[in-house]
Design a binder for this molecule. Structure first.
Ligand code: SF4
Ligand code: MG
Length: 329
């Protein structure tokens, strides 16, 4: 069976000017990422800000071309998809429902906008379709001719979800979709996303710095650190038994959350490293409580069994690179 999303060795670098002499340097925001997603999965992507998760989201949405590597949707290379086909494949829901909705448009015209852009249907068809989708996400028809400023934050996020759904996409990439909302509204939006997934067989890539949210919604989790995936695991397995020392640090901080700050102090001592000058070997080694000599020079690859894989030398000692026991091979 072809996976719905196949990302292979996806890298994205940016040229930035840095330092006293404003020298041009390369920032590898996303660095050699491999991911596959089956239909109906919810892949949570977590990590501190600056780990590359939003860049990865924009690449998956076709908004930003990767520097190298390939992305396939249902076996088809993203680069060969026409804009309308891409829009039918993948749609975004972004963090801020305040800035992502055009304040001058009415709710119905915002929801219908993707149909408008791709020239689908007459304006009456588009409005009819918008009302149908609004109903589906719990927005009453009387909101159709209102403007975003007349709606609450949760209602605006429902508008953004309706706009994403109107093209009937296979995949929705949500980048921090609930971070700007009150906690009680957050859970309503998460539950709405889950209901829609069950009803339409949607697949989500769900980016968040809030581990509690990811545990609630994701079927699998990718933990990112400095542009790399350092752990990829089924959600329940990862929360029960995190393999990568970085994941363990993130999860231990979940016990003492700072309200409104998401991932708080991780107890990792050293600050986040300079992404322009990433550490050698395992990029996590300066902060890792389990680091040993080889970690400073050899970069670990994802290793483990099918359910849980971690890019850590300790994991490859346990299981061998292909998921076999190192002692058997
Ligand atoms: Fe820590 Fe070494 Fe594993 Fe990196 S490879 S996470 S430094 S133990
Ligand atoms: Mg971000």
């Amino acid at each position: 069976m072809t996976a719905l999303i196949e990302a292979h060795d996806v890298t994205r670098s940016f040229e930035v000017s840095a330092g006293m002499f404003r020298r041009k340097r390369k920032l590898h925001a996303v660095n050699g990422i491999d991911l596959t997603l089956e239909k109906g999965e919810v892949l949570g992507i977590v990590g501190e800000s600056g780990c590359g998760k939003s860049t990865l989201a924009r690449i998956l949405l076709g908004l930003l071309p990767p520097t190298s590597g390939t992305i396939r949707f249902d076996g088809r290379d993203l680069r060969t998809l026409k804009r309308r086909d891409l829009a039918r494949q993948v749609q975004p829901v972004f963090q801020d429902p305040y800035s992502s909705l055009n304040p001058r448009r009415t709710i119905a015209s915002i929801v219908a906008f993707p149909l408008d852009v791709h020239g689908i249907g007459s304006s009456a068809d588009r409005r009819r379709e918008a009302l149908k989708i609004m109903d589906l996400v719990g927005l009453p028809a009387r909101f159709a001719d209102r403007h975003p400023r007349e709606l609450s934050g949760g209602q605006r996020q429902r508008v953004a979800i309706a706009r994403a759904l109107i093209m009937k996409p296979e995949i929705i990439v949500c980048d921090e979709p609930t971070s700007a909302l009150d906690v009680s509204v957050q859970s309503q939006i998460l539950n709405l996303l889950l209901e829609l997934r069950n009803e339409f067989g949607l697949t989500y890539v769900f980016i968040s710095h809030n581990l509690g949210v990811v545990e609630h919604i994701a079927t699998r989790v990718a933990v990112m650190y400095l542009g790399r995936v350092v752990e990829l695991a089924e959600t329940s397995a990862m929360f029960a038994n995190p393999r990568h020392p970085y994941t363990r640090a993130l999860l231990s901080s979940i016990l003492t959350p700072v309200p409104g700050l998401g991932i708080p102090e991780t107890g990792l001592g050293l600050a986040f490293p300079d992404p322009l000058n990433p550490p050698s070997g395992c990029v996590f080694h300066p902060r890792c409580p389990s680091a040993f000599d080889a970690c400073k020079c050899v970069e670990p690859q994802l290793a483990g069994n099918g359910q849980v894989r971690a890019a850590c030398h300790l994991e490859s000692f346990n299981t061998g690179p292909e998921g076999t026991s190192a002692y058997e091979s």
